[in-house]
Structure formats: C-alpha cells, structure tokens
Ligand binder design. Structure first.
Ligand SMILES: NC(=O)c1ccc[n+]([C@@H]2O[C@H](COP(=O)([O-])OP(=O)(O)OC[C@H]3O[C@@H](n4cnc5c(N)ncnc54)[C@H](O)[C@@H]3O)[C@@H](O)[C@H]2O)c1
Length: 286
C-alpha cells in the first residue's frame, strides 16, 4: 500500500512560518503541494523561505504558490493584511476565496522570573505573544472555514502546558490556554467538518532555544539523558507531525494536543536520572 499526503488545491496560512518550527511546517506543507501564505516578523527569514519554496515548487508540476506577509502578528494591522492577502492569493491560486488550513505558530519562551517577582506588564506581554493572536487569527479565518464546511487548524503550544516551568508561570498558563481553546473549538466546530488540534513541542533546535546555547559549557552527551530519543528536535520533526494533523490521515482526530518532544514527557524527568544512575538503581519503596 502506498500512502501519499497531498495538499494540492489547498490554501494554508501560517504565522511565524519563516524560521524555527514554523519553517519546518511551511516547508512540509509546501512539499505536500499546499499554496502557502506565510506571515513573519523577520524580513530576511521571510525572503529566504519564500525563495526556497518557490524553487522547490518550480521543480514540481502542481504549480503551488507562496505569498508572504511581513509584520508582527500581535498588531491588528498585520492581521488585516494577512487576511486580505490570503483572500487575494487564494482567488489567484485556486480560483476562489478560501483558507483550508490555519497554523497558529507564533509564541515566545520568555522567562521572566518567579511569579512573585513579575508584574502585570510582563503577564500581558506574555498573553499577547502566546494566546491573544491565536484568538484573533482564528477569529479572522474560522468564518471562511465554517462557510466552506471544511478546515483544519493546528495551534502550537508547548509541553510546558502540561508540566511546571519555573520562572515562566505566565507562559505555562497561556499555553495551557491554547490546549483548552483547541479542545473547545474542536467541539464547537466538529459539525462544520473543521478539525482543531495542537502540538506540544519540546527541545527544538531553533532560534529561540538553539542547541549550542543550551549545551554551552556542558557535556554535549548530556542531551542523551535529557531526551529519550537522544537528540534535539529539528524544525522538520515538528513539520511532519503538523502535516499529518492537517491531512486526511488525521481525518478522525480533533481536539488533541500531540507531544512532539523526543519522549521527554513520557520520561517525566526520571529518564535522565536513571540513564545516569542505571535502571536497576530504582528507589526501594519497602
Ligand atoms: N523551541 C522549543 O523547544 C519550543 C518548545 C515548545 C514550544 N515552542 C513553541 O513553538 C513556536 C515556535 O518556536 P520556535 O522555537 O520555532 O521559535 P523561533 O523563535 O525559532 O521562531 C519563531 C518564528 O516566528 C517569528 N515571529 C516571532 N514573533 C513574531 C510575531 N510577533 N509576529 C510574526 N512572526 C513572529 C520569528 O521571526 C520566527 O520566524 C512558539 O509558539 C514556541 O512557544 C517551541
């Protein structure tokens, strides 16, 4: 049996899609033939990924296209341009105004100190970069999906929505909000044939959490005790899971958050300890 994932004829919008995990998602969706509208705050990364994808598309017969929208997704003006570009672009590329896939990817791991040392300004900044734009982007594109009675949304959360992250309480709280939002939206729109899922990454080698900075001054072998699969995640690892979630292969999945973490959540912190101490050295509970 050959299984192929094709997103030909689909239009996907992705926020923060030029670098890091977002770039892995953009590249994979483009590889599957989707027409892409990529938003990003970085002009250089945006130009780089659009050039790469255009080159990649030129080698294929499907004729998928890519458009870009430079700007901060927290700004209403950027969202207005993103929506207008998606409408114009879809008319041009698939013949009608349509957005089939929305990837809410932007977020920022921004340690701010113990909760007791933080203030409202920091919580609100974290709200804006983590959760608020997920609401506003979804609010902008969901009505088109309802109208079309079809759609797939993937939100990018974090494993820290499920476990503690000292010095980053607002980040954990708002990412848990993404997970809860994903579930409720999924239930509200199941009957509209719109699936809403999320990913919870960990240990990505990206601009936000570069592998070399995380290992600076440490034994590089330490990664093997941090992550059961023994390595950092690369953008493509997360892109593959998102591609699965937006494809027909996940046609009976909605409201879920998938851990894309090399096994860190399954190990719950025990893995590293017993990697070092030996699996037979378990605590004696008698
Ligand atoms: N790196 C990790 O290990 C990790 C772990 C858990 C969750 N995440 C989540 O994954 C997502 C992506 O993280 P990453 O590590 O790839 O980050 P990254 O910083 O490497 O990439 C983020 C991308 O978004 C763009 N961007 C940033 N702010 C933006 C804004 N306001 N408007 C538009 N574009 C913006 C950046 O230019 C960049 O292209 C985030 O939501 C993050 O919280 C990452």
């Amino acid at each position: 049996m050959t299984v192929e994932i094709s997103l030909e004829g689909k239009v996907a919008v992705i926020t923060g899609g030029a670098a890091g995990i977002g770039s892995g998602i953009s590249r994979l969706l483009a590889e599957a033939g989707a027409n892409l509208v990529i938003n990003d705050i970085s002009k250089d990364y945006l130009e780089e990924i659009v050039t790469d994808i255009e080159k990649q598309n030129a080698k294929k017969s499907g004729g998928a296209k890519v458009a870009s929208v430079l700007g901060d997704i927290r700004e209403p003006e950027t969202l207005d341009r993103l929506k207008q570009t998606a409408l114009d672009f879809s008319k041009q590329s698939v013949g009608k105004e349509q957005v089939d896939i929305l990837i809410n990817n932007v977020g920022d791991y921004r340690p701010s100190g113990r909760f007791v040392e933080t203030d409202e300004e920091q919580w609100m900044a974290q709200f804006e970069i983590t959760l608020k734009h997920v609401f506003s982007c979804t609010r902008a594109f969901l009505p088109m999906m309802v109208e079309a009675q079809s759609g797939a949304i993937v939100n990018n959360a974090t494993v820290e929505a499920f476990r503690a992250c000292p010095n980053n309480s607002a980040y954990t709280a708002f990412n848990a909000g993404i997970v809860a939002f994903t579930k409720t939206l999924a239930i509200e729109h199941g009957k509209d044939n719109i699936r809403v899922n999320a990913i919870a990454p960990d240990m990505a080698n990206t601009l936000q959490t570069p592998a070399d900075a995380m290992l600076r001054g440490r034994d590089p072998e330490l990664i093997k005790s941090w992550v059961p699969l023994g390595r950092f995640g690369e953008p493509i690892d997360y892109g593959r899971v998102v591609l699965f979630l937006v494809s027909d292969l996940a046609g009976f999945m909605t409201g879920q958050t998938l851990m894309v973490d090399g096994g860190t959540m399954a190990s719950s912190g025990w893995y590293g300890r017993y990697q070092k101490e030996g699996w037979t050295n378990l605590p004696d509970l008698n």
